[in-house]
Design a protein around this ligand. Structure first.
Ligand SMILES: Cc1cc2nc3c(=O)[nH]c(=O)nc-3n(C[C@H](O)[C@H](O)[C@H](O)COP(=O)(O)O)c2cc1C
Length: 168
Protein backbone atom coordinates (compact mmCIF):
# COMPACT_ATOMS: atom_id res chain seq x y z
CA UNK A 1 0.00 0.00 0.00
CA UNK A 2 1.10 3.54 -0.71
CA UNK A 3 -0.72 6.86 -0.93
CA UNK A 4 -1.88 6.24 -4.51
CA UNK A 5 -3.30 2.78 -3.89
CA UNK A 6 -4.82 3.91 -0.59
CA UNK A 7 -6.73 6.66 -2.43
CA UNK A 8 -7.83 4.20 -5.13
CA UNK A 9 -9.03 1.65 -2.58
CA UNK A 10 -10.87 4.29 -0.54
CA UNK A 11 -13.13 5.25 -3.46
CA UNK A 12 -16.76 4.20 -3.34
CA UNK A 13 -19.74 5.55 -5.24
CA UNK A 14 -21.20 8.39 -3.17
CA UNK A 15 -24.80 9.43 -3.77
CA UNK A 16 -25.44 11.69 -0.76
CA UNK A 17 -23.47 14.90 -0.35
CA UNK A 18 -22.92 17.67 2.17
CA UNK A 19 -23.91 21.07 0.76
CA UNK A 20 -20.35 22.47 1.11
CA UNK A 21 -19.11 23.74 -2.27
CA UNK A 22 -16.01 22.38 -4.01
CA UNK A 23 -13.55 25.25 -4.54
CA UNK A 24 -12.49 26.40 -8.00
CA UNK A 25 -8.86 25.57 -7.16
CA UNK A 26 -9.79 21.94 -6.50
CA UNK A 27 -12.01 21.79 -9.59
CA UNK A 28 -9.12 23.10 -11.71
CA UNK A 29 -6.70 20.48 -10.32
CA UNK A 30 -9.27 17.71 -10.87
CA UNK A 31 -9.86 18.84 -14.47
CA UNK A 32 -6.10 18.81 -15.08
CA UNK A 33 -6.09 15.14 -13.98
CA UNK A 34 -8.89 14.35 -16.47
CA UNK A 35 -6.96 16.23 -19.14
CA UNK A 36 -3.90 14.00 -18.55
CA UNK A 37 -5.73 10.66 -19.01
CA UNK A 38 -4.37 8.22 -21.59
CA UNK A 39 -5.97 8.67 -25.00
CA UNK A 40 -5.66 6.68 -28.24
CA UNK A 41 -3.38 8.43 -30.76
CA UNK A 42 -3.31 11.31 -28.26
CA UNK A 43 -6.53 12.60 -29.83
CA UNK A 44 -7.94 13.86 -26.51
CA UNK A 45 -11.49 13.75 -27.94
CA UNK A 46 -13.15 15.01 -24.78
CA UNK A 47 -14.94 18.00 -23.41
CA UNK A 48 -15.46 18.46 -19.67
CA UNK A 49 -18.46 20.51 -18.55
CA UNK A 50 -18.45 21.87 -14.99
CA UNK A 51 -22.02 22.29 -13.84
CA UNK A 52 -22.48 24.23 -10.62
CA UNK A 53 -25.85 25.80 -11.44
CA UNK A 54 -28.51 24.21 -9.21
CA UNK A 55 -31.12 24.84 -11.89
CA UNK A 56 -29.14 22.95 -14.54
CA UNK A 57 -28.27 20.11 -12.16
CA UNK A 58 -31.95 19.67 -11.36
CA UNK A 59 -32.80 19.59 -15.07
CA UNK A 60 -30.06 17.00 -15.73
CA UNK A 61 -31.19 14.92 -12.74
CA UNK A 62 -34.76 14.94 -14.02
CA UNK A 63 -33.59 13.66 -17.43
CA UNK A 64 -31.75 10.67 -15.94
CA UNK A 65 -33.28 7.40 -14.74
CA UNK A 66 -30.76 6.58 -12.01
CA UNK A 67 -29.10 9.93 -11.37
CA UNK A 68 -31.74 11.87 -9.46
CA UNK A 69 -29.17 12.65 -6.73
CA UNK A 70 -27.31 14.91 -9.20
CA UNK A 71 -29.77 17.62 -8.11
CA UNK A 72 -28.36 17.52 -4.56
CA UNK A 73 -24.64 17.43 -5.41
CA UNK A 74 -22.87 20.79 -5.22
CA UNK A 75 -21.05 19.97 -8.46
CA UNK A 76 -21.48 17.80 -11.52
CA UNK A 77 -18.85 17.22 -14.20
CA UNK A 78 -20.19 16.09 -17.57
CA UNK A 79 -17.78 14.23 -19.86
CA UNK A 80 -18.55 14.46 -23.57
CA UNK A 81 -16.73 12.52 -26.29
CA UNK A 82 -16.14 13.59 -29.88
CA UNK A 83 -17.82 10.81 -31.88
CA UNK A 84 -15.52 11.37 -34.87
CA UNK A 85 -12.61 9.92 -32.85
CA UNK A 86 -12.50 6.09 -33.14
CA UNK A 87 -11.71 5.46 -29.47
CA UNK A 88 -13.68 8.31 -27.91
CA UNK A 89 -15.52 5.96 -25.55
CA UNK A 90 -12.38 4.34 -24.15
CA UNK A 91 -10.67 7.74 -23.90
CA UNK A 92 -13.60 9.37 -22.11
CA UNK A 93 -13.92 6.44 -19.70
CA UNK A 94 -10.22 6.81 -18.83
CA UNK A 95 -10.74 10.54 -18.29
CA UNK A 96 -13.83 9.86 -16.17
CA UNK A 97 -11.90 7.56 -13.85
CA UNK A 98 -9.04 10.09 -13.58
CA UNK A 99 -11.56 12.77 -12.58
CA UNK A 100 -13.21 10.49 -10.03
CA UNK A 101 -9.89 9.47 -8.44
CA UNK A 102 -8.65 13.07 -8.39
CA UNK A 103 -11.83 14.06 -6.55
CA UNK A 104 -11.29 11.19 -4.11
CA UNK A 105 -7.75 12.43 -3.45
CA UNK A 106 -9.37 15.61 -2.10
CA UNK A 107 -11.82 13.60 0.03
CA UNK A 108 -14.62 14.47 -2.39
CA UNK A 109 -17.08 11.69 -3.12
CA UNK A 110 -18.59 11.14 -6.55
CA UNK A 111 -20.51 8.60 -8.57
CA UNK A 112 -20.16 7.64 -12.23
CA UNK A 113 -23.56 8.12 -13.80
CA UNK A 114 -23.72 6.91 -17.36
CA UNK A 115 -23.71 8.03 -20.14
CA UNK A 116 -23.38 6.98 -23.74
CA UNK A 117 -25.95 4.14 -24.01
CA UNK A 118 -28.73 5.94 -22.17
CA UNK A 119 -31.70 7.46 -23.94
CA UNK A 120 -31.17 10.82 -22.24
CA UNK A 121 -27.68 11.59 -23.65
CA UNK A 122 -29.01 13.74 -26.46
CA UNK A 123 -31.29 15.69 -24.15
CA UNK A 124 -28.37 16.46 -21.80
CA UNK A 125 -26.18 17.53 -24.73
CA UNK A 126 -28.90 19.87 -26.00
CA UNK A 127 -29.57 21.27 -22.52
CA UNK A 128 -25.88 22.16 -22.11
CA UNK A 129 -25.69 23.51 -25.70
CA UNK A 130 -22.78 21.20 -26.60
CA UNK A 131 -22.04 20.81 -30.37
CA UNK A 132 -23.63 17.73 -31.94
CA UNK A 133 -20.35 15.98 -32.85
CA UNK A 134 -20.09 15.28 -29.11
CA UNK A 135 -22.04 12.73 -27.10
CA UNK A 136 -22.39 12.43 -23.34
CA UNK A 137 -20.21 9.64 -21.92
CA UNK A 138 -20.55 10.21 -18.19
CA UNK A 139 -21.95 12.47 -15.52
CA UNK A 140 -19.94 12.82 -12.31
CA UNK A 141 -21.95 14.37 -9.46
CA UNK A 142 -19.54 15.21 -6.66
CA UNK A 143 -19.39 16.65 -3.16
CA UNK A 144 -18.14 15.93 0.34
CA UNK A 145 -19.73 12.61 1.39
CA UNK A 146 -22.78 12.66 3.68
CA UNK A 147 -23.13 8.87 3.49
CA UNK A 148 -20.90 6.01 2.38
CA UNK A 149 -22.35 2.66 1.32
CA UNK A 150 -19.97 -0.19 0.61
CA UNK A 151 -20.96 -2.35 -2.35
CA UNK A 152 -20.11 -6.09 -2.26
CA UNK A 153 -17.25 -7.07 -4.57
CA UNK A 154 -16.44 -10.34 -6.30
CA UNK A 155 -13.51 -12.30 -4.88
CA UNK A 156 -10.24 -11.18 -6.46
CA UNK A 157 -9.22 -14.80 -7.11
CA UNK A 158 -12.46 -15.31 -9.10
CA UNK A 159 -11.69 -12.49 -11.52
CA UNK A 160 -7.96 -12.92 -12.08
CA UNK A 161 -5.75 -15.50 -13.73
CA UNK A 162 -2.06 -15.95 -14.16
CA UNK A 163 -0.51 -16.76 -17.55
CA UNK A 164 -3.28 -18.98 -18.98
CA UNK A 165 -6.92 -19.24 -17.86
CA UNK A 166 -8.18 -22.38 -16.13
CA UNK A 167 -11.54 -23.13 -14.45
CA UNK A 168 -9.87 -24.35 -11.24
C1 LIG B 1 -20.61 2.96 -16.69
C2 LIG B 1 -21.18 3.15 -15.31
C3 LIG B 1 -22.46 3.64 -15.16
C4 LIG B 1 -23.01 3.85 -13.90
N1 LIG B 1 -24.25 4.41 -13.81
C5 LIG B 1 -24.78 4.66 -12.59
C6 LIG B 1 -26.04 5.32 -12.47
O1 LIG B 1 -26.67 5.68 -13.47
N2 LIG B 1 -26.51 5.57 -11.23
C7 LIG B 1 -25.83 5.19 -10.10
O2 LIG B 1 -26.33 5.44 -9.00
N3 LIG B 1 -24.61 4.57 -10.18
C8 LIG B 1 -24.08 4.30 -11.39
N4 LIG B 1 -22.84 3.72 -11.50
C9 LIG B 1 -22.10 3.38 -10.27
C10 LIG B 1 -22.15 1.86 -10.00
O3 LIG B 1 -23.45 1.53 -9.58
C11 LIG B 1 -21.08 1.51 -8.93
O4 LIG B 1 -19.81 1.83 -9.42
C12 LIG B 1 -21.14 0.05 -8.55
O5 LIG B 1 -22.34 -0.28 -7.88
C13 LIG B 1 -19.97 -0.36 -7.65
O6 LIG B 1 -19.96 0.42 -6.47
P1 LIG B 1 -18.67 1.28 -6.08
O7 LIG B 1 -18.48 2.33 -7.15
O8 LIG B 1 -19.02 1.91 -4.76
O9 LIG B 1 -17.50 0.37 -6.00
C14 LIG B 1 -22.27 3.51 -12.75
C15 LIG B 1 -20.96 3.02 -12.90
C16 LIG B 1 -20.42 2.86 -14.16
C17 LIG B 1 -18.99 2.37 -14.30
Amino acid sequence: MNLGTTILKSRHSIRKYKPDPVTDLIIRDVLECGHLAPTAKNEQPWLFGVIKSAELRKKIADLTDKGKFIADAPLCIAVFGDKTAKYYLEDCCAATENLIIALQAYGIGSCWVTGEKKEYVEAVRTLLQVPDNYTLVSLIPAGYPADITLEPKKKLDDITFQDTYSEE
